[in-house]
Design a binder for this molecule. Structure first.
Ligand SMILES: Cc1cc2nc3c(=O)[nH]c(=O)nc-3n(C[C@H](O)[C@H](O)[C@H](O)COP(=O)(O)OP(=O)(O)OC[C@H]3O[C@@H](n4cnc5c(N)ncnc54)[C@H](O)[C@@H]3O)c2cc1C
Length: 406
């Protein structure tokens, strides 16, 4: 990054021109930049990969990238823990962990996010027994608004630790993250197409029987691309590439069966730019919510051809986690980044609202601070920690002040 340039997120929908952009290479350099921002009176934000669709990373003051602070710092196969620089991209973690006989419990759809960016918004994958990536965090280091580095964990500064795991950069700058890991494991990937009714009829069984189960419902075909991943002791293999009978929107989600290390199976490629809205709703309401979205798309928005993604997520205890305190289904809708999305997303948000949905922090929504507060039983507790650590709001930008806290 250089000075006086502009920054744009992945989808192209969010831009800003900070007074200063910088990429520190270590914690001492980060502290020097912090002092510079303090002298100038600048707000400070950090961008990971910029995959969030809402203006979380924008800054009129200083915008940092921690791309200079990447890599696995230490692995401990005895405790099954790994300490990793916060700017590390998730795709940089799998191989060094495997070398130590370890693996991340799970990850999201892709592996391009920074580790700090992913945990900060509650990024998750699929599976009823699996929490978001933030639930794998057992400790982290923060540069706080007082200019001090603070290490926190369940047994050390527990209030700050509880809040910091999903904190949108509001508590300070995360520099190191310690993750709980699993012994390295392989996954078998099976994908297939089912009609909408067939998918709904078998949903509970498939979810209960599969470590990672998810599907994409395609409105044009009224069919679902199903994906089931199971741990296996089988060695690496890939079914010979027979020509797929699946064409159109669903084709990109259907692959030959394969087996490989978990970090090679879990992520997919997402090369077409889109905008996205995702809500976390109580698991029992997932099927009804999807049916209502299906009706909305068929009756009012037949022009939207992007599939809808349906995943499960285990309840957790993180104050700002969308899965806080409840078994969860997440439903995501998409629209091409070059096409209008506002009308469709606003209509869908009304459906999600009726199901007590909590918006994904990194994805589009128009919930007010008051509405969010009603959705999160520990909202005030989080903000008390935030106000104590950063009383003058050095780590807040205009979006956070006006939209999320206002
Ligand atoms: C193609 C695509 C696929 C996606 N797939 C999934 C998915 O499967 N599951 C899912 O849940 N989400 C998914 N998302 C959403 C995405 O994972 C989140 O938006 C995530 O936050 C992106 O990580 P990032 O590194 O780009 O973070 P950014 O968007 O750059 O930042 C996110 C937040 O983290 C903060 N932050 C970043 N680094 C630090 C730091 N060092 N210290 C403090 N705060 C920091 C930022 O200030 C910001 O508030 C997807 C998004 C895209 C574009």
């Amino acid at each position: 990054m250089s000075t006086s340039a502009s920054w744009t997120n992945w989808s192209g929908g969010v831009t800003c021109t900070p007074a200063r952009m910088a990429m520190p290479e270590n914690e001492a350099a980060l502290l020097t930049l912090f002092r510079e921002a303090e002298r100038a009176g600048w707000e400070m934000r950090v961008a990971g990969t910029g995959h969030s669709f809402v203006p979380l990373c924008t800054s009129g003051g200083m915008l940092l990238s921690l791309d200079g602070m990447q890599g696995v710092i230490a692995t401990d196969p005895t405790t099954m823990q790994a300490t990793i620089w916060a700017g590390t991209k998730i795709h940089q973690i799998g191989a060094p962990l495997l070398a130590a006989g370890m693996a991340m419990e799970t990850m999201g759809d892709i592996d391009r996010q920074s580790l700090a960016g992913a945990i900060s918004t509650g990024t998750h994958g699929a599976g009823p027994t699996l929490g978001s990536i933030a639930t794998q965090v057992v400790g982290l280091r923060l540069l706080t608004a007082s200019g001090d580095y603070l290490d926190c964990a369940a047994e050390r500064e527990p209030e700050i630790f509880a809040a910091a795991r999903v904190s949108l950069g509001m508590l300070g700058i995360i520099t190191r993250i310690t993750l709980r890991a699993l012994p390295a494991y392989r996954l078998h990937e099976h994908t297939w197409v089912a009609s909408f009714d067939e998918c709904m009829d078998n949903l509970d069984t498939l979810i209960a029987a599969t470590r990672h189960f998810e599907f994409f419902w395609s409105p044009g075909d009224d069919a679902c691309a199903m994906k089931a991943l199971h741990p296996t002791d089988a060695e690496r293999w890939e079914q010979p590439d027979t020509e797929s009978a699946v064409t159109g929107r669903l084709a990109r989600y259907i692959h030959p069966d394969r087996v490989d290390w978990s970090y090679r199976i879990l992520p997919s490629e997402r090369n077409i730019r889109f905008n996205e809205m995702e809500f976390a709703i109580p698991a029992a309401q997932g099927p009804d919510c999807l049916r209502e979205l299906r009706r909305l798309m068929r009756e009012k928005h037949p022009d939207v051809t992007w599939p809808v993604e349906y995943r499960t997520l285990h309840a957790d205890d993180i104050p700002l986690s969308p899965a806080y305190g409840r078994e969860t289904v997440t439903i995501s809708i998409h629209q091409d980044a070059t096409l209008p999305h506002r009308l469709f997303f606003t209509d869908a948000e009304a459906i999600f609202r009726n199901h007590h949905g909590r918006p994904h922090w990194g994805k589009m929504h128009w919930h007010t601070g008051r509405e969010l507060r009603d959705l999160y039983p520990r909202w005030d507790e989080f903000h008390a920690v935030r106000a104590r650590l950063d009383p003058t709001g050095r780590f807040l930008n205009a979006y956070l002040r006006a939209e999320l806290l206002g």
